[in-house]
Design a binder for this molecule. Sequence first.
Ligand code: UD1
Length: 365
Amino acid sequence: MIIDVIAGARPNFMKVAALFAVADQFPNIELRLIHTGQHYDANMSDVFFSDLGLPKPIRHLDVGSGSHAIQTAEVMTRYEQWVMENRPDLTLVVGDVNSTVACAIVASKLHIPVAHVEAGLRSFDRAMPEEINRVLTDSISDFLFVTEPSGMINLAREGRPAEAIHMVGHVMIDTLLRMREKAAELLVYQRYGKHPGEYAFMTMHRPSNVDDPTQLGTIIDQLAWLSQRIAIIFPVHPRTRNRLNETGLMSRLEALDNMYLIDPVGYLEAVCLVDSARMVVTDSGGLQEESSALGVPCLTLRDSTERPITITEGTNTLIADDWDLFRQRVTAILDEGSEHATTAIPYWDGRAGERILRILSEQLA
Ligand code: UD1
């Protein structure tokens, strides 16, 4: 049985890597990696292939950047052409990026079953492009692989059939657990003269934070406050870098002492930096989960999360625009010491990839 595994943007690569890592156990399955090219810079894409030991994609669709409509349409057009000539038995998509929904639509209309890995997550904020991608993808997927209990509830509420919904855990955490030790050996923080626990790890790329200059300015003011208390290591996403340059805010950030603005880092470097951070400050979805699994406190610069288990069972606090709360949490974390918390999220045990391929190999056979 041939499965097209779709990856296009940075957070997809570590997720699909968990499937390739266990594929040998399922001889009746052939995984074909399709790279849509949504992310194309070496440090947003290639570095993940080398870090994760991913195979070379069988097909690169080379779509690049564009508006939502252009990017989604390009992925659809190019993936459809591939499928017409090389029909798979199933198309597997992960996460919530534009490539996810685009390939799910193409496969579904050609009557190819679709599997969605990381199904059922909902922020209930339709202003997020990812929320639209999640809802649409789940509504046309035949296999819904879920990471946390909220996903089961959301899919049931939306009327998806119970037999299509499978709680399997989280492929991203599979890869995190597999790579954690190797990542720790890199001691990346030493490049900045730091020891474990001596810095905050920061990422930010959501349109709601970086595309609005007022919001971006407010966040920079708060980072100025934070940087007086602890060093900040901040790999800057290309979208964020563009906005900082366009608005002239980059110079304000660059003027901060104790602020290390660096290019986007590879997967192993990121895991090393997160695992040894005193805290994570982010608007990423994946980092809320990775920091929760590693027991590192996470302050999320958003007013909703589609991953509520990171709050109830993990280490996450939603800050929204409550900067008093931000300062209270930072102060408490700095007072607490740098010991990692212990978290145990059900099914986040490193075996999600195996569960997914077992279900597919049994049900599609
Ligand atoms: C995309 C995903 C988002 C995910 C994020 C992770 C969607 C709707 N959004 O957002 O869910 O959290 O990836 O990074 O799919 N750019 C480069 N080089 C690249 C890629 C992008 O310079 O390799 C720049 C371009 O200016 C581009 C901009 O970043 O226009 C945004 O890229 P895009 O893929 O549209 O969205 P992200 O913000 O990366």
